[in-house]
Ligand binder design. Structure first.
Ligand code: FES
Length: 512
């Protein structure tokens, strides 16, 4: 399979080009107006806006700031989220499409305004964004989307040519969109948060939310944050007591390469209308300009050997740019909702002080800002112009019942398949090569075994600690991934991302 050999493990440019943050671990109990679980773009933006509105805030992040989905994004700041507007209009009506356009166009202006006001050096540039097709049967859809976008007040147009070396049939363009370096932006923004009874705590995982008297967040180390209001901005809600979010958020992974070519990049951000999805944007780096090429999305923990996705992208990059040299590669995880609109607002209609922001599909830069504005407005003034459209309890979730049923049948199927799948009986250690992982049977139990480069065998219980699905090996990222709701673990059993809050059992002793 390895036509293209990658000498380095996946690592995003955003993390390679910025330093780790060193905000403290939560080592004492604190009390704030608003506690925010998650220190990615949504959590940091919520904290920034709320502190500006005069409230004290605390971000509590399980890892370090902006390391998860935010550190692995393609960082396109756009209101063009594929061919979304006709879908929204058909599903929810013209007013909903107008609200989505207004909210996301406003988000672009807000981010640009913050960067301008604070003079943040984050490689921000305005770009034109294109959705293009190479197929005749998508031309009509592209034209309809452009016409609707114009009606919604977006500076949109149709073209039959783009500046990339790709022959297209049609494209819809949106002007005044943008791109940036997300960590350069967010790490600067975060500096404004600690002070005046506001805090950022990292490497502090919230494992429980006690809602008896106001809210009390408890970390794995037993420290507490008391808050009048809580925002769950941790990508997938870690609060499982209500809401059935595990049944209405669907995890997907996708892949990116950063390549260097002799050909100068013409500018613009591009994405295909059809499958397989492919996207392009420029990447200014200290090593010169590169081109980011993305795509290959699939359900987490399902489908082909994940290394094949990098191979497919590499083959595509060299088809478009024959001299392309790959300098960086990485993958990310996004959550989808049944109607493709994010969840931002009250966690439940009955929780006026508990908020949620997630389900951004692959459009987290603008949708995180929209979510932060909605939640800020709900907290500060009790209403937002976009609260109904983004309401996590909206009726259209029920109306999208076909997607809902199909996705949940898929989860049930994965659960069953995992439990029934056979594993080799009593293989010896010698069956597992260096860098390889297998699920094996030890004394009748299924155990995930990975042999590292030093020859050490790492054993984990492959039962997901969230709701018990069987994990699948992700060979590209060397992780154990859950096909049901997307929890991911290192080969040593540590949590990479939730919804789980418990690491895997490790070693034969504990597994017994
Ligand atoms: Fe829910 Fe694994 S993430 S069972």
């Amino acid at each position: 399979m390895e036509k293209y050999s990658f000498t380095q493990p996946p690592h995003p440019y955003w993390l390679a080009s910025t330093s780790d943050t060193d905000y403290p671990v939560l080592d004492r109990d604190v009390k704030v107006d608003v506690a925010i679980i998650g220190g990615g773009i949504t959590g940091i933006t919520c904290a920034y806006l709320l502190k500006k509105a005069g409230l004290s805030v605390a971000i509590i992040e399980a890892d370090r700031l902006a390391q998860g989905a935010t550190g692995h994004t393609t960082a396109k700041i756009t209101s063009q989220h594929g061919l979304i507007y006709n879908k929204i209009k058909k599903q929810m009506g013209m007013e909903a499409a107008q609200q989505y356009a207004d909210a996301n166009e406003q988000a672009i202006r807000e981010i640009a305004g913050i960067i301008e006001e604070k003079k943040i050096d984050c490689d921000f540039s305005h770009q034109t964004a294109y959705v293009y097709t190479e197929r005749d049967d998508y031309v009509q859809e592209i034209e309809t989307e452009a016409k609707l976008a114009q009606e919604l007040g977006i500076e949109a147009d149709v073209t039959t040519e783009i500046a990339l070396p790709i022959k297209i049939k049609a494209a819809v363009s949106f002007d005044k969109q943008a791109q940036f370096h997300p960590r350069k932006y967010l790490l600067t923004l975060a500096k404004d948060i600690p002070d005046d009874n506001s805090y950022i705590f990292t490497q502090s995982r919230v494992v429980d939310i006690d809602d008896e008297n106001n809210y009390l967040l408890k970390t794995a180390e037993g420290k507490k944050v008391a808050a009048d209001k809580v925002i769950i901005a941790s990508h997938y809600p870690c609060y499982n007591k209500a809401g059935l979010y595990f049944a209405r958020l669907f995890p997907h992974r996708s892949y990116v390469l950063a390549v260097k070519t002799r050909e100068a990049y013409p500018g613009g951000m591009y994405i295909t209308a059809e499958e397989p999805g492919r996207s392009f944007r420029s990447l200014p780096t200290e090593e010169g300009e590169m081109i980011m090429i993305g795509g290959e999305h699939h359900k987490t923990g399902q489908g082909a050997d994940t290394r094949q996705h990098y191979q497919n992208l590499a083959a595509y990059a060299q088809e478009v740019y024959p001299d392309a040299e790959i300098h960086y590669r990485w993958s990310t995880q996004d959550y989808l909702t049944p109607d493709q609109i994010p969840y931002a607002g009250y966690f439940l209609p009955s929780t006026p002080n508990l908020f949620l922001a997630t389900g951004f599909r692959r459009w987290g830069m603008t949708n995180s800002m929209v979510s932060a504005m909605i939640i800020r407005d709900l907290i500060v003034s009790g209403e937002s112009p976009w609260q109904n459209l983004y309401d996590p309890s909206r009726q259209t979730i029920a109306a999208s019942s076909k997607t809902f049923i199909v996705e949940n049948l898929n989860v049930a199927n994965q659960l069953l398949k995992g439990k029934l799948s056979a594993a080799p009986a009593d293989p010896t250690d010698a069956d597992i090569e260096t860098g390889e992982a297998k699920v094996i049977m030890i004394d009748g139990d299924k155990v995930g075994a990975y042999r590292d480069e030093q020859g050490t065998l790492h054993l984990v219980d492959t039962t997901c600690t969230h709701l018990g699905c069987e994990l699948k090996w992700n060979a590209a990222e060397k992780s154990w991934d859950c096909p049901c709701h997307g929890s991911r673990f290192t080969y040593e059993g540590e949590i990479i991302e939730g919804p789980t809050v418990k690491p895997l059992k490790t070693g034969k002793e504990q597994i017994d």
